[in-house]
Write a protein of this length. Structure first.
Length: 350
């Protein structure tokens, strides 16, 4: 196909801030034909603001009236599967926000439907497509840190946008708040650890919200080749996203808030090597900052969500594989199922 006809389902924050602008930037390869949302005023407002021709409050009506090549699902994960299955029955390829679903059985149904109809199913694992994360994967593949032995991840989300929102739908996810940001840590760990087979979780209640039994979490994931230690924090009022990749010869620190990746290595514990290592870190950070500034100046500062959407569109045009396979989406869901099961077992969470 020369141009991909797309419909977006769900007109909430993530659709308007990330997904729709990403498709609009690709107007030479994409026709953004329609948006759909149960909220009629919201969907009409979204269509008007982004100059999208058609607005619907019903997916069945949208599929009957539009000849779409793909849909982008930006609704809560509880209903990803039924919408994706309906889309594929109508000949549409599917891309969706993470997680792919809440149950592996729903992922299996989508995988079976994609095979039956010969269509792509892709989940937006955006964190691993940020430039510093892609660079880190390249460095690891080239043996720059030796053998990977483990990871540390910190995702801090501002309480005013997450845990403080009493009636938000993510409190109703399996595991509550961890069902929202936890999937990021699952697929980020998958990037470097093989076959994650065991988990544990530790939780604390700092803010004492009646609707959120816990707000600080430590999660341990065990893979064949190492461990991933995860911190999920909802008690501060700031964003943080740090990943350490620990190797036998060096370590990489990825900061996707500042878009930096730094290689850290120290051969001997003497003052001169320590000073050299510190200067090397400064030079790496300065180089990353300069590269970020140059990309921004040239309009090439592509973030993870944009890159996944771009590569998904390319895969439809040239027939290549989607940037995140349905099987990868399923694996992240499987890991989160283990985390939630352990959480419930250990803390009696319903």
């Amino acid at each position: 196909m020369e141009k991909v006809k797309v419909g977006v389902i769900g007109c909430g924050f993530i659709a308007k801030v990330r997904h729709i602008p990403a498709f609009k930037k690709m107007n030479k390869r994409v026709d953004l034909c329609a948006v759909c949302d149960l909220n009629e005023s919201l969907v009409r407002e979204t269509a008007r603001d982004f100059s999208i021709p058609s607005a619907y409050t019903n997916t069945t009506e949208m599929f009957s009236r539009e000849e779409l090549d793909a849909v982008d699902i930006c609704v809560p994960p509880q209903i990803h599967a039924p919408i994706a299955l309906e889309a594929m029955e109508n000949g549409c390829n599917v891309i969706m926000e993470k997680p792919m679903a809440l149950k592996t059985e729903d992922c299996d149904a989508m995988i079976d439907a994609s095979a039956k109809h010969g269509l792509h199913v892709c989940t937006i694992h955006n964190q691993v497509f940020h430039p510093p994360f892609l660079k880190a994967k390249e460095l690891v593949a080239n043996g720059e840190i030796g053998q990977v032995t483990g990871m540390r991840l910190l995702l801090a989300s501002p309480r005013k946008e997450f845990i403080d929102l009493k009636d938000h739908w993510y409190h109703k996810l399996p595991g509550g708040i961890i069902g929202e940001t936890g999937p990021h840590t699952a697929y980020m760990s998958m990037a470097f650890l093989k076959n994650i087979s065991a988990v544990d979780i530790y939780a604390k209640n700092v803010l004492k919200h009646p609707w959120a039994p816990f707000d600080e979490f430590r999660i341990e994931l065990e893979g064949e080749n190492g461990l991933s230690s995860v911190t999920l924090s909802y008690t501060g009022n700031y964003w943080a996203n740090l990943t350490d990749i620990i190797g036998t010869e060096a370590m990489l620190r990825i900061d996707t808030e500042r878009m930096l990746v730094v290689r850290q290595s120290l051969q001997e514990l003497h003052y001169v090597p320590i000073a050299g290592s510190a200067l090397n870190t400064v030079f790496q950070e300065a180089g990353s900052v300069a590269a970020n500034a140059m990309r921004a100046a040239l309009g090439r500062n592509t973030l993870g969500t944009n890159l996944v959407i771009e590569r998904f569109v390319e895969s439809l045009i040239d027939g290549s594989s989607p940037p995140v396979s349905a099987e990868e989406g399923r694996e992240a869901v499987r890991i989160m199922e283990m985390v939630v099961a352990r959480y419930r077992e250990k803390y009696g969470i319903a």
